[in-house]
Design a protein. Structure first.
Length: 313
């Protein structure tokens, strides 16, 4: 009878399904267990490798990507073992992954661009963890360099999540790279103030001795002359790390010097910082947050002369 045949076929199908389930479910449970153990081992091993790198001399810049690579390798190995447990043939899987990888690669060109940019950033190291950098879009201190993104913090405490390609394909200023930096001010003083006396006052105000404000090699020269005023450019070299404090205090010191030497009539009519300009974000940093060049420069010459330092008043 057709109904009887249908019932028997259904019973046969259910028995076959139950037999296959009895064989497949244990393998599936083992595969799930392998993945759980794999994720657990990956997390523990990544933490262990991170602590080991912290005790070693490995640069902090490459620690994050190396730890991430260790974690991903363990997860991929666990995935391969799990797929083998449920009967997936690795040769067929690799063929499928190859075709899928091509499709995913075409669809995720931006992501692959970020990976390539991250590799180049780690290889060439235009900046490192802890450096204060500036691009055409933002400026901040680098906290982490990853394979996909970099994490930065701006001077006012904002978190910046920057894809690597946005840092690799644009111009960049590294405020922590050089050991010293040139600062310059444009001082507008009355015409009746003798230039020689103003020049001597500016130069002698920074004696050749070390101190908190490390302004060295002071230079002053006449830049412009009008009927009522004269514009003097005063500049000096500052050790990186003291740049912010020097920017904040030097203008005050110049004003005090002129008032003490030439009286109220000799007070500067304008003091303008020209190097670095007002758009330089490093002037917002606190004294304790200023970038410090505490590493050997990549392009430093072996015979580069050392910078002498002086104290600003």
């Amino acid at each position: 009878m057709p109904l009887q045949d249908t019932i028997e076929s259904s019973q046969t199908f259910l028995r076959t399904l139950a037999a296959q389930a009895a064989t497949f479910l244990p393998n599936l449970l083992v595969a799930v267990l392998v993945m759980v153990i794999g994720f657990f081992i990956a997390g523990r091993l990544a933490a262990l490798v991170g602590r080991a790198f912290g005790l070693s001399r490995i640069d902090e810049t490459v620690r994050g990507p190396l730890v991430a690579m260790v974690r991903y390798v363990v997860i991929v190995m666990a995935l391969i073992i799990a797929l083998g447990q449920i009967g997936v043939q690795m040769t067929s899987l690799l063929a499928v992954l190859g075709a899928a990888g091509l499709a995913v690669g075409l669809a995720l060109q931006g992501t692959l661009t970020n990976i390539a940019a991250g590799i180049m950033l780690l290889w060439l190291r235009p900046f490192r963890v802890g450096d204060y950098i500036e691009t055409q879009n933002f400026a901040g201190r680098v906290h982490e360099i990853g394979l996909f993104t970099c994490h930065l913090e701006t001077f006012d405490g904002l978190f910046v999540f920057a894809p690597n390609s946005t840092l690799w394909n644009v111009w960049m200023r590294n405020h922590s790279r050089a050991a010293s930096r040139l600062l310059a001010w444009q001082i507008t003083v009355p015409r009746q103030v003798p230039f020689e006396a103003a020049h001597e006052a500016l130069i002698s105000a920074w004696p050749q001795s070390a101190g908190e404000e490390q302004l060295s090699e002071p230079v002053a020269f006449l830049d412009q002359l009008t009927a009522d005023t004269q514009v003097i450019v005063f500049r000096g070299v500052v050790k990186e790390g003291a740049t912010t404090e020097a920017q904040r205090r030097t203008a005050q010191a110049i004003r005090r010097i002129f008032v003490e030497r030439f009286g109220a009539d000799g007070e500067p009519r304008a003091i303008q910082r020209i190097v670095p300009g007002d758009s330089d974000p490093s002037r917002y940093l606190g004294a304790d947050d200023a970038p410090e060049a505490n590493r050997t420069l990549v392009n430093e010459r072996p015979d580069a002369p050392s910078q002498s330092v002086v104290t600003a008043p």
